[in-house]
Write a protein that binds this ligand. Structure first.
Ligand code: FMN
Length: 196
C-alpha cells in the first residue's frame, strides 16, 4: 500500500480536512496524521486533536514521544478510537521537539526506541510503525542506519518509513532541514535491498 505521511508543502499539515481531501484523490493510500505529542494526546481535547471521519481510513496516528508509558497509552487510545496504525516520529528536527526528547534526536538512542516500540506493541493490536531519517548531524552511515532498523525490526516494527535526508540537529531550522541536507535516495534503496 502507498503511504502519504505528510503533504505539508501543500497544506502545512495533514489535518482531518486535508486528509478528507486526499481521500478524494486516492482510495488506496494509507494516510497519516501530523505528529501529535504524547502529552497532547493523553491530556488534550481528543475531540479536537484526534477525531477523524471514517472516510479518511485507512488512517495512522503519528505520535511524538520517548516515554514508554505515555507511548503505550497513546497506542491504546489510537486503537480504541479506530486508527489503523500508530506511527512513532523519529525524524522531526525542531528545537522544541529535541528539548522534549522526541523526533530525530531519538536516532541517537536505538535501545530506547526499541523499548518504546516494544511497549507500544504490547499495548495494542494495530501495527506499530516508525518514520525516521537516514542519519543525523555527522552520522550518515549505512551501517548505523541498518543497525537502527534491525533493532526496530527485532522489537516488532514491521514498517519503517525513511525520509531520504539526514537531520541537522544543531544550527538548522526545520525548514532548512528540508533543503540543506542533501537527498540520498541511494541509501534508502540500499537499505530496502538489504531488508527485502
Ligand atoms: C511544514 C511541514 C510539516 C511537516 N510535518 C511533519 C510531521 O508532522 N510528521 C512527519 O513525519 N513529517 C512531517 N514533515 C516532513 C514531510 O512528511 C516529508 O518527510 C518531507 O516534506 C519530505 O521532503 P524531502 O523529500 O524534500 O526532504 C513536515 C514537512 C513540512 C514542510
Amino acid at each position: 500500500m502507498k503511504r502519504v505521511v505528510s503533504v505539508a508543502p501543500m497544506m502545512d499539515c495533514t489535518d482531518r480536512h486535508d486528509r478528507f481531501f486526499l481521500r478524494l484523490i486516492s482510495k488506496n493510500v494509507m494516510l497519516y496524521s501530523e505528529m501529535v505529542a504524547t502529552k497532547s494526546a493523553i491530556h488534550g481535547d481528543r475531540n479536537k486533536i484526534l477525531k477523524f471521519s471514517p472516510e479518511e481510513k485507512p488512517l495512522a496516528l503519528q505520535v511524538g514521544g520517548s516515554d514508554k508509558k505515555e507511548l503505550s497509552e497513546v497506542a491504546k487510545i489510537a486503537e480504541d478510537m479506530g486508527y489503523d496504525e500508530i506511527n512513532i516520529n523519529l525524524g522531526c528536527p525542531s528545537k522544541k521537539v529535541q528539548k522534549n526528547m522526541f523526533g530525530a534526536c531519538l536516532m541517537k538512542e536505538p535501545d530506547l526506541v526499541a523499548e518504546c516500540i516494544s511497549e507500544m506493541i504490547n499495548s495494542c493490536k494495530i501495527p506499530v510503525t516508525a518514520k525516521t531519517r537516514i542519519g543525523f548531524d555527522d552520522t550518515e552511515d549505512f551501517n548505523y542506519l541498518n543497525d537502527f532498523i534491525i533493532k526496530m525490526k527485532e522489537a516488532g516494527c514491521k514498517t519503517i518509513i525513511l525520509h531520504a535526508r539526514k537531520a541537522i540537529l544543531k544550527g538548522l531550522s526545520p525548514k532548512q532541514n528540508l533543503n540543506i541536507p542533501k537527498l540520498n535516495y541511494e541509501m534508502v534503496y540500499a537499505i530496502k535491498k538489504r531488508k527485502s
